[in-house]
Ligand binder design. Structure first.
Ligand code: FE
Ligand code: FE
Ligand code: ZN
Length: 279
């Protein structure tokens, strides 16, 4: 059974998002911890959270994924941007203690000119100051496309971050299929080679989840433009390989494909599920 779900808004509550997921035959979902541009997080409503827990138990949901706002930049050259990121990061970790969600996805950040090594120092300084030993959530670093000064485009960069975090048993990686393809890992033609490289450099035990997105952009373009599954440069065969791959098929999968309506995710979910049923 695939664990797969879309990115959903929690504007109308967590229970509502759970219900929406069920409606489209998803058994997990990803949500932004707050407005994607940053801003204040809504107060948590225990009744709403209990409602989501009930749905998850009844429907046998897999792990949910919380995504930090994409403005969070732990390695900006600007101190005030880093301090804002620290505040959001800490607050999100505390909120996750109350939620049925143990995976917290962050973009490592953009070094905005200081260089990768300095950037990684800024990121890990904040992580080391704000994480604590018995926190519930695992901090999941997303593989990035490498646009601008993004850190996380090479597996080596993610490994450096993990190595510099003291509580590295609380660290993980989210492989974004669109991003890795754009950053020069050819998962369309050499999925096994890419996974071998991941295992050699980071270790597959750190791979906690996958963002399933096709790409509008060519291989190695360092561009970040998601496309619907099967309609982009990765193509449907790539996704068939991923969801049936022995080392990947048990991981939770999250769709971040461009859709007009949440119901449109249902087509992708049933397509991806159909690859499993035929085996
Ligand atoms: Fe992301
Ligand atoms: Fe992503
Ligand atoms: Zn992206």
């Amino acid at each position: 059974m695939l664990i797969i779900g879309p990115h959903l808004s929690i504007a109308a509550g967590f229970k509502k998002a759970g219900e929406e997921a069920v409606k489209i035959e998803a058994n997990t979902f990803q949500f932004f911890t707050r407005n994607p541009r940053g801003g204040k997080a809504k107060t948590l409503d225990p009744k709403d959270i209990a409602g989501l827990r009930q749905i998850m138990a009844a429907q046998g949901f897999g792990p949910l994924l919380a995504h930090a706002p994409y403005t969070l930049n732990l390695c900006s050259a600007k101190p005030e941007t880093r301090e804002f990121a620290r505040m959001v990061f800490k607050e999100d970790l505390l909120r996750l203690e109350e939620l049925p969600c143990e995976l917290y996805n962050i973009h490592p950040g953009s070094h905005t000119g200081q260089g990768v090594e300095e950037g990684i120092k800024s990121i890990t300084a904040i992580l080391n100051e704000e994480m604590w030993a018995d926190q519930k959530a695992t901090v999941v670093l997303e593989t990035m496309s490498g646009k601008g000064t993004e850190i996380g485009k090479r597996f080596e960069e993610l490994k450096m971050i993990i190595d510099q975090v003291a509580l590295n048993d609380k660290m993980g990686v989210c492989l974004d299929t669109c991003h890795v393809y754009s950053s020069g890992y050819d998962i369309a033609r050499n999925l096994d080679e890419v996974l071998e490289a991941f295992d050699r450099i980071i270790g597959l035990n750190y791979l906690k989840c996958i963002h399933l997105n096709d790409s509008m952009m060519p291989f190695n373009s360092n561009k970040d433009r998601h496309q619907k599954i099967g309609l982009g440069t990765l193509g449907v065969e790539t996704f068939k390989q991923i969801v049936t791959h022995p080392q990947l098929k048990k991981l939770p999968l999250f769709l971040e494909t461009p859709q007009q309506d949440t119901l449109d995710y249902q087509k992708e979910i049933s397509l991806l599920r159909s690859f499993i049923k035929k085996i």
